[in-house]
Design a protein around this ligand. Sequence first.
Ligand code: GLN
Length: 539
Amino acid sequence: MSAAKYIFVTGGVTSSLGKGIISASLGKLLQARGFKVTIQKFDPYINIDPGTLNPYEHGECYVTNDGAETDLDLGHYERFLNIPTSQANNVTTGRIYNNVITKERQGEYLGKTVQVIPHITDEIKRNLYLLGESGDYDFIITEIGGSVGDIESLPFIEAVRQVRWDLGPNNALVIHLTLIPYLKAAKELKTKPTQHSVKELLSYGVQPDILVCRTEMPLPPDIRKKLALFCNVHLNSVIEAIDADTIYDVPILMRKEKLDERVLAKLKVQSKSEPDLEQWKDFLGKLKNPIEEVTIGLVGKYVTLPDAYKSIVEAFVHAGAQNDCRVNLKWISSEEIQHESVESIIKGLHGVLVAPGFGERGMEGKIEAIKFVRENKIPFFGICLGMQCAVIEFARHVVGLDGASSTELNPKTKHPVIDLMEAQKKITAKGGTMRLGAYTCKLKKGSKAAHAYGETTIQERHRHRYEFNNAYLEQLEEAGLKPVGINPESNLVEVVELKDHPWFVGVQYHPELRSTVMNPHPLFVKFVEASVNYKKSTI
Ligand code: GLN
């Protein structure tokens, strides 16, 4: 294929219909036919990126190799397609306006009045085309955040209208994801909300080519016909998206509904082959037929919103399948853990993961939990703040450094075993200023981490301001906390392990961001394996 083809995914009726999963599933199907695909997300909010958002607002902030702080849907794109995304894959209204205003200040608009159309829409289109222009892709799938009718999404929908006009119908198409509610009392599926949202799209000049209909019940032929008739789409372009047991079923369901075939036919693309989904189906088979079962505690501050830990949850799904093991997660609020309650909360678990996080709240609970799993030799995995808490716990209770802490928790601590990174000391601005993105780490031969990865030079993604304070390195190492992963340039400790413990690993980076269906993360795989072994040892 020569020029990239553009597929837009819009949402109607309500949010949370799963545009990200539909986009990722379509991407998977096209990729499984041998095409090169990427997915980007355009978010209508005014923040420049989601990095400054509280996780309760928007779920996890996903970090790419190039250090972009992005929407959690990019995690789905990577997990499904198994290829990295970048800053170019996530653009917000804030970024668009920021670029336009910067250009205006530099005089680039030559005295023109700067307006939503054409200046904002041109900037949206410039960003839309960036990935396509690289020549690396046959298809660019663009998910438009929000729902049709939102004031904020209007410039994006207008840009979609223009792109379809610019490129022509063989090069750009629109998939509208909508909801077909089921009214229990009437025992009926209802098409009216979809008719309205398509009318709304039409009023902006956009006719969807394909309708993907989220539904609890199978769509009977008469409902499909009605949708086709009222929404001006072909009958075979009304695609049912029935609620699935797992998001990983969706590519298979979309294949059954021939979503990929409809897309290819409309864009006049010949497919070289049928999609090869063998590996995907193998994964699903393992996921759905586990032999083992473990329960792992996930200790964090935002546990009432599991989306805040999306990539960790999904990494457990991948690692569980790899181990033929169902992983049940027990969500533990770090604020609820106190000295007296820790045993009753953690007893019976086969492993504990202490999650990433920010700020003082809940940190002492995390430290209590780590003390318990260290002493009781329960498998432990600490990620970012979780690793930092493990260092503090060890310094306090094993080395005897009373009051040891992180300067994030206590700026006046006598023993700042975790301290603000030198490069962070002068930074005051919040957005995009942490240590972000992929860095190299060298692992010590013979460590659990090196064994898990099967290599000693790795690249992992980061998002933090504080670090292991090397002034305490010797003291902690002598007492048994081994720094087994080091950044070769900055000497920053990236991985710690405990001597004399079956599996106690803390990492400063975020391994969960690199776990995909095809490449489950080795540390999650080994942690689940250690939890299975621990369970067996307790029976
Ligand atoms: N708050 C800690 C830091 O900034 C940990 C960050 C995290 O867990 N992502 O270093």
